[in-house]
Design a protein around this ligand. Structure first.
Ligand code: 5AD
Ligand code: SF4
Length: 472
């Protein structure tokens, strides 16, 4: 009988993509996916280390498998991803029944390592070199994982895909574990990226999201010239079948004019920019070693608004970072009001072993204060998101229909009608009624109501004048 694989993924889009690759490689070996952990003979967790909470969840899920492993010792249990790279042998110490620990740069070895564990060769571990563990080239190579193996069934939807253009990060923000877990920043060769885009389009993919930790810092040198993200966008724009292109996440300092102009001039590139600010206080930004000041960020926003008046900008914030005073936090609130982000992801600072902040700074903001600041900032952001969404009433957007939003449906004369969901070009979630044949299609949706997080609309049945369908 074929092996049955259960895989659980936490963390960022990069992890979602990594899991897709791992599943693709195991399916090649004859594995079948199951959503039922009890039926699986291979259980994998693809993990995240960005915050303590994400790690706790995995250790607790592992704890629940202790008895399972005692009863069924042949089941293979694996920990993949950033936690594997960060904790390494510690995982075997905390959960001795784990068979496999594989860092994000070594995922291509998963099938082989599972096989070894099955053959009774004991615990298997494959991790990349640490940032100071050898010559740069060797460290780089140890983080390069595989990419071309894809498995459409693992994607969020069959017609949307992530495409990695860069691995690692060299920015070393003092709070962040990513430069340690994913290694040095490396751009993938443009020819590989383009070939993968063609493959994805051939599989029916209409929307691609380019991924990189600091995606707009992408650089690749070849044949005496340097390719930037804007060059990639121009090249990808010509791939037949691809109709929408997004890219995440951006680093404020590298938001260059050539990139903004590419977003403006290429209709397939979504008018959406995720550019995390993290804090609105210069002293906190300095302690975070973000490499820009509030004034720099303001200038960047002004350039964005000038070149792309209709673009939606999203941000990330960390509240309660080491030494953050009420005054620092007030400045963050002020900046959120000023920048009018489409949405913000807000996180409470979580000290991460291995980072500069963990080693050199005191986590001195109490949990209750972090929570209160989180709530306050979220409230300000939600009010802005709602205001912005309400401004969109009456407008028609080209929405890529992703699927059903809820189980609810009703019967009308022509058949069942469902609540569908999709995203506008500027990355806003829209909910509307429609039939399931619309899934995977771009449809014009006119907005009649909105909350902070959702636009409610109706599919335009009259063919609207093309110039009335808003592209942003
Ligand atoms: N604690 C809290 N949030 C963090 N992030 C990164 N590291 C930490 C940390 N140690 C947040 C940042 C980043 C997002 C992906 O996660 O805001 O942009
Ligand atoms: Fe972490 Fe900073 Fe790199 Fe983002 S840019 S992955 S926050 S180190």
């Amino acid at each position: 009988m074929a092996h049955r694989l259960y895989i659980e993924t936490v963390g960022c889009q990069m992890n979602v993509l990594d899991s897709e690759m791992v599943v693709a490689s195991l399916k090649r070996q004859g594995y079948e996916l199951t959503r039922n952990i009890e039926q699986a003979d291979t259980i994998l967790f693809n993990t995240c280390s960005v915050r303590q909470h994400a790690e706790d969840k995995v250790y607790s899920a592992l704890g629940k498998l202790k008895r399972t492993k005692r009863r069924y010792p042949d089941k293979i249990i694996g920990v993949l991803g950033c936690m594997a790279q960060k904790d390494q042998r510690l995982i075997f110490e905390r959960a001795p029944y784990v068979d496999l620990v594989v860092g994000p740069g070594q995922l291509h070895r998963v099938p082989e390592l599972i096989e070894r564990a099955r053959q009774g060769q004991g615990r298997q571990m494959a991790v990349s070199l640490g940032r100071r563990d050898g010559p740069v080239e060797e460290i780089r190579r140890s983080h390069e994982t595989f990419d071309p193996l894809r498995d459409p069934t693992m994607r969020p939807t069959p017609f949307q895909a992530y495409l990695r253009i860069q691995i690692g990060c060299d920015k070393f923000c003092t709070y962040c574990v990513v430069p340690m877990t994913r290694g040095p920043e490396q751009g993938r060769p443009p020819s590989h990226i383009l070939a993968e885009a063609h493959t994805l389009a051939g599989q029916g993919c209409v929307e691609i999201t380019l991924l990189g930790q600091t995606v707009n810092s992408y650089r690749y040198q070849e044949g005496g010239r340097t390719y930037r993200l804007s060059d990639l966008l121009y090249a990808l724009h010509d791939v037949p079948g691809i109709r929408r292109i997004k890219f995440v996440t951006n680093y404020p300092k590298d938001m260059t004019d050539d990139l903004l102009q590419a977003v403006r001039d290429l209709p397939k590139v979504a008018p959406y920019l995720h550019v995390p600010l993290q804090s609105g206080s210069d002293s906190i930004l300095r302690r975070m070693k973000r490499g820009y000041t509030v004034e720099d960020y303001r200038h960047m926003m002004a350039r964005i608004r000038e070149t792309l008046p209709q673009v939606a900008v999203a941000s990330d914030f960390i509240v309660g970072f080491c030494g953050e005073t009420e005054e620092d936090f007030e400045q963050t609130k002020q900046l959120v009001r000023e920048c009018r982000f489409k949405n913000s992801f807000i996180f409470k600072y979580s000290p991460r072993p291995g980072t500069k902040a963990f080693e050199l700074m005191e986590d001195d903001v109490p949990e209750e204060v972090k929570q209160r600041r989180n709530n306050e900032l979220l409230e300000i952001q939600n009010a802005i998101s709602e205001e912005q969404n309400l401004e969109l009433l009456g407008r028609t957007f080209e929405v890529l229909v992703e699927g059903r939003s809820k189980a609810s449906w009703k019967q009308n004369e022509t058949g069942p009608v469902y609540q569908l969901t999709g995203r506008t070009p500027c990355d806003r979630i829209a909910v509307f009624e429609g039939t399931l044949d619309l899934v995977g299609q771009f449809v014009p949706v006119t907005i009649y109501d909105a909350t902070a997080h959702t636009l409610f609309g109706a599919v335009e049945t009259r063919q609207p004048e093309p110039e009335l369908v808003s592209l942003v």
